[in-house]
Design a binder for this molecule. Structure first.
Ligand code: G4P
Length: 527
């Protein structure tokens, strides 16, 4: 197969949802269709259960599972489909944001009973800002839930998407009869006690055909006709270009656990979802069809075995062909590196690959060279955009609790920050080290991992801050004045960028007003 065909058969996507909406279940059913796994239950949920916030063994176990399920590839209808797993727990949301930089499209799972939930709103917002094409799957139709039209309203109002139903449910819960596929013009009938069989699907070009009654009964048939007529009148017709531009969002209904409506979703996805897309760098746009290899690291995973401190850096290939044992430039540190064991992930199987193509994710064994956002190329100096750190919301001062191990502490903190577990800011005045995170769980993870992987101990001191924001300025005099007055609130991030640690939203607002020539940024991407 040629280079172009390799790219054109790849589809790399992520599933986003609020915990418990059914992401893991859906992933598993998709893998079953692809033949990547044989039995249900093979993909373990990698969510950290809400109750486990201080159960470190559970966190470790989950970390182990999440390496295995970080990327799951399978073949379906001649396509190579890569699913990137996104952590469900809200304290790991930043991980999810970063993973979303490595996908070309997303599937949003919504629980029919709960409707659109907060975490889905945040994640969809990130995708929307990047114009990532999204398909919505409304799950758990075997249960009672919200009315279909109300859900479409939520999708439009809360998620800011433009809903385009491509399937429509016939009843729900006890009365759930199946779905009508608007996309394929067929009736897919639900059998609550079995797998979806071929014979449960009836071609149905015209829903006004009186045959409909024979399949679903009189009442449901009348209701379905009325609703489909309304959809025809109110909702936009499917337009692939609009979907690919992020302006139209197909909506499917089904029940992942019953493997119902999943094939329709997958078939449509396979047909319409984008192939690897171009990626922006600070310097220029990288086209996947360019012959020279480029890629970036979006995730780093520490080895589970503390005796071997190597890590896996997950690299998204953006252009060209990546080859095993070939010298590439690590742009940030200017070093040439080659990788004898690049790994791909087909379901839970890890395999060493000779070559990988745009859209693929390879795992690179790393002894501490990489940090998130790093670029690898054949020599060109580029920096991929859109892999920012977000302004943290929780802060603590970190102290060394074992004076004999200060080197280990410094190394451990530095490597954990490279992995993106949290962010560290060092105050310009006094050198105090402050850790900022998006969620509280990371503080415990850091403490635990420092001790078990680096032999270092830390303690925390609470710190009440509103936000950390990155500063840029053109007017040096204005910054100098700010620096003199606010010197206790200024710190550097680990790349040396200047950060303002705002105590309150009021203080932040006042500073923004008093220093109009200083820009306050809420992500580390300072453009
Ligand atoms: P997540 O990854 O998004 O967090 O969700 P997950 O797939 O783990 O699903 C959350 C719960 O919802 C699970 O139940 C799962 O079985 C259930 N579920 C998923 N899809 C459907 C569906 O279509 N219909 C119904 N009725 N339930 C569904 P659980 O009791 O939390 O876990 P488990 O013991 O079943 O694994």
């Amino acid at each position: 197969m040629g280079f172009t065909e390799e790219i054109q058969r790849r589809k790399t996507f992520g599933i986003v949802s609020h915990p418990d909406a059914g992401k893991t279940t859906l992933t598993e059913k998709l893998l079953l269709f692809g033949g990547a796994i044989q039995v249900a239950g093979a993909v373990k949920s990698n969510k950290i259960k809400k109750s486990a916030t201080s159960d470190f063994m559970e966190i470790e176990r989950q970390r182990g599972i999440s390496v295995a399920t970080s990327v799951m590839g399978f073949n379906y209808r001649d396509k190579q489909i890569n699913i990137l797993d996104t952590p469900g727990h809200k304290d790991f949301q930043e991980d999810t944001y970063r993973t979303l930089t490595a996908v070309d499209s997303a599937i949003v799972v919504i629980d029919v009973a709960k409707g659109v939930e907060t975490q889905t709103e945040k994640l969809v917002e990130v995708c929307r800002m990047r114009k990532t094409p999204m398909i919505v799957f409304i799950n758990k139709l075997d249960r009672e839930g919200k009315d279909g039209f109300d859900l479409l309203d939520e999708v439009e109002q809360k998620l800011g998407l433009s809903a385009c139903p491509l399937s429509w449910p016939i009843g729900m819960g006890q009365r759930f009869k199946g779905v009508y596929s608007i996309y394929e013009k067929k009736l897919v009938l639900f059998n609550p006690h079995g797998k979806q069989q071929e014979e449960d699907v009836v071609e149905f070009n015209d829903y006004n055909d009186p045959e409909l009654e024979n399949h679903v009964g009189e009442g449901p048939a009348a209701e379905l006709r009325e609703e489909l007529t309304m959809i025809d009148e109110v909702y936009p017709k499917f337009d692939k270009e609009a979907y690919l531009n992020g302006d139209l969002n197909p909506v499917f209904f089904g029940s992942a656990i019953n493997n119902f409506g999943v094939r329709e979703l997958l078939d449509c996805f396979t047909e319409i979802a984008p192939n690897p897309l171009p990626r922006e760098t600070e310097e220029r746009v990288i086209d996947p069809y360019e012959k020279k290899f480029t890629g970036f690291v979006f995730k780093i995973h520490a080895n589970m075995d503390p005796k071997h401190r190597d890590r896996i850096a997950f690299l998204r290939i953006c252009s060209g062909e990546f080859k095993r044992n070939t010298n590439y430039l690590h742009v940030r540190n200017g070093k040439k590196m080659k990788f004898p064991n690049p790994t791909t992930f087909m379901a839970s199987k890890k395999e060493i690959v000779e070559a990988a193509y745009p859209g693929d994710i390879v795992g690179l064994y790393d002894s501490g060279n990489f940090k998130i956002g790093d670029s690898l190329t054949e020599g060109e100096k580029i920096q991929f955009k859109g892999i920012p750190s977000f302004s943290p919301e929780q802060f603590r001062i970190v102290h060394n609790a074992d004076p004999m191990k200060s080197k280990q502490l410094a190394k451990g903190l530095s490597q954990l920050m490279d992995e993106g577990v949290a962010q560290m800011f060092t105050k310009e005045f006094g050198g105090t080290r402050i850790i900022g995170t998006v969620g509280a769980l990371q503080f415990e993870v850091i403490q635990y991992r420092l001790e078990h992987e680096y032999g270092a101990k830390c303690s925390y001191e609470p710190l009440h801050l509103h936000k950390a924001c990155w500063l840029t300025w053109e007017d040096e005099a204005q910054y100098k004045d700010f620096q003199t007055r606010r010197k206790r609130d200024i710190a550097k991030d680990k790349d040396g960028n200047i950060v303002f640690l705002a105590e309150s939203s009021w203080q932040l607002k006042t500073m923004q007003e008093n220093y109009p020539k200083i820009q306050f940024h809420f992500t580390s991407e300072l453009t």
